[in-house]
Design a protein around this ligand. Structure first.
Ligand code: SF4
Length: 470
């Protein structure tokens, strides 16, 4: 087992035994579930909306080359710059060099998971640039010096009392844990940064090919301030974010808002198409779009898993996942946690490090049920497991175990005999109080739970007694 897998198991064990953490997450997700229920009724046909969104994304991803070039052409025609970054390092370098050339001292960032993916903030800070996360949740986790917990709700794991204590310690002037007061304190702390920053960095929820605009969705005004006040705006987006037409937003915006936060529409939906025009009173002097590949082309070439690129990063699959709800976002130690992260990360990052993630799933399919673009997530988790098993040499004990299992399963008599042996052995172990010991094959369960009751008769025996057949 790799070190990363051991770290995951250790973090998951700690978090799943932390009842305060579980209560906080449950309350947050219960609140989200109620909002979803209320808002979904606004769609005449939610299934039809999901199908339409899937078709939009499928069309875009299947013709990615054409739509990206179309997008690039429109951005350049309006005086913007487009940089194609094959790797995270290239994307970081381009932005860090731009900041150095333009003597940027302060950057304001709006929420963007792709900038987390490329490690932008630490790279800019190493170059002496002060970087302010301006989304409230991101601002909170920046103050705590920790990564976002969830792709949509970065500070989901914190109660407002903990946030009030954090603000009191880091910012001062906090009298209560009233959300409005806390928001005002954060606003006061960030306002100066907006006015002094020379560069604003954003992500892009969508790249609209037929107009060359980025579509940005936020619930706080920070996205608009950060992209219009500084003299340089840099938008970073994965290449899969392109969509064919501006009309597609009529379906994608409400579907994203509903799945992300249970809202009919997010508070701010902004289209940005380039630097300030000669007759425009505000906006940046320079507009740069960094298009990031970072392994996405390889995923595109894999017809079996290509549809993972349809993801619109709504976070719904995280909220639905029983594993995420138990172990929490930080246990995954990846930019994208939860089911989508367990599919994406081993593909995007490759290597050994993240191969345990597809196994961190019950395969219950709840993620697939909620995905607004109908990505068959639990089957992709299975595909990843298969690919990993095929590519790696499995431990001898595992290979022998499966050979024995196959041998037993090929014969009803052998299966019945081994079941009986297993039942007798388990019963003896639990009667002798040896649960959790090395003799207990279920010790990872019995270390934290009461031992299961071992039935007197097997299912086969009961079936035979009832139906008179084996
Ligand atoms: S895989 Fe689906 S549910 Fe999960 S974040 Fe992406 S779009 Fe949302």
């Amino acid at each position: 087992m790799s070190t990363a897998a051991q770290e995951f198991l250790r973090a998951a064990a700690i978090r799943s035994a932390d009842l305060r953490h579980r209560r906080t997450i449950r309350q947050a997700i219960d609140h989200y579930d109620r909002a979803i229920e209320r808002t979904r009724s606004r769609f005449d046909d939610w299934e039809a909306a999901r199908l339409r969104c899937r078709e939009i994304k499928r069309e875009a991803v299947n013709h990615l080359d054409r739509y990206l070039l179309e997008f690039e052409g429109h951005v350049r025609a309006r005086g913007g710059h487009v940089f194609w970054a094959e790797t995270s390092a290239e994307a970081r370098q381009y932005i860090a060099d731009l900041a150095a050339r333009r003597r940027v001292l302060t950057v304001v960032k709006s929420k963007s998971m792709v900038t987390e993916e490329i490690g932008l903030r630490p790279a800019l800070e190493r170059g002496g640039v002060r970087v302010f996360e301006t989304d409230l949740g991101e601002f909170i986790v920046q103050l705590r010096n920790e990564p976002p917990y969830h792709i949509m709700t970065p500070a989901m794991h914190l109660t407002r009392t903990e946030i009030a204590d954090l603000f009191r310690e880091k910012l001062g002037g906090v009298a209560s844990d009233d959300p409005q007061e806390l928001t005002a304190v954060a606003r006061g702390a960030l306002r100066g940064a907006f006015f002094t920053a020379e560069m604003g960095v954003s992500g892009a929820n969508f790249l609209v090919a037929d107009t060359g605009m980025i579509a940005l969705t936020t619930n706080e005004g920070n996205g608009r301030l950060g992209t219009s006040l500084p003299r340089i705006h840099v938008a970073v987006a994965g290449i899969e974010k392109v969509i064919p037409r501006i009309e597609d937003l009529a379906m994608l915006w409400p579907v994203l808002a509903l799945s992300a936060s249970g809202q009919p529409l997010a508070c701010y939906n902004t289209l940005i198409g380039g630097p300030r025009g000669p007759d425009e009173p505000d906006g940046p002097e320079e507009f740069h779009v960094v298009l990031l590949d970072n392994g996405r082309s390889e995923l595109l070439a894999d017809v079996e898993q290509r549809e993972v690129l349809h993801c619109i990063r709504c976070g719904a699959c995280l909220n639905a996942c029983p594993v995420f709800r138990t172990v929490g976002g930080h246990a995954y130690a990846t930019t994208y946690p939860g089911p989508v992260g367990s599919v994406l990360t081993p593909n995007l990052r490759g290597g050994e490090r993240f191969q345990h993630l597809p196994f961190a799933s019950s395969l219950c399919g709840a993620c697939t049920d909620v995905c607004p673009v109908k990505i068959d997530l639990h089957h992709h988790l299975l595909h990843n497991r298969r690919n990993i098993v095929r590519s790696a040499k499995r431990p001898t004990s595992e290979r022998i175990g499966f050979k024995l299992w196959r041998w037993a399963m090929m014969s009803p008599e052998r299966f019945a005999f081994l079941s009986l042996l297993g039942r007798l052995a388990l019963r003896a172990i639990y009667r002798l109080g040896l649960e959790g010991s090395m003799l207990d094959p279920m010790r990872s369960w019995t270390k934290v739970h009461a031992p299961p009751r071992i039935p007197e008769k097997s299912f086969r025996t009961l079936w035979g007694e009832k139906h008179g057949a084996k």
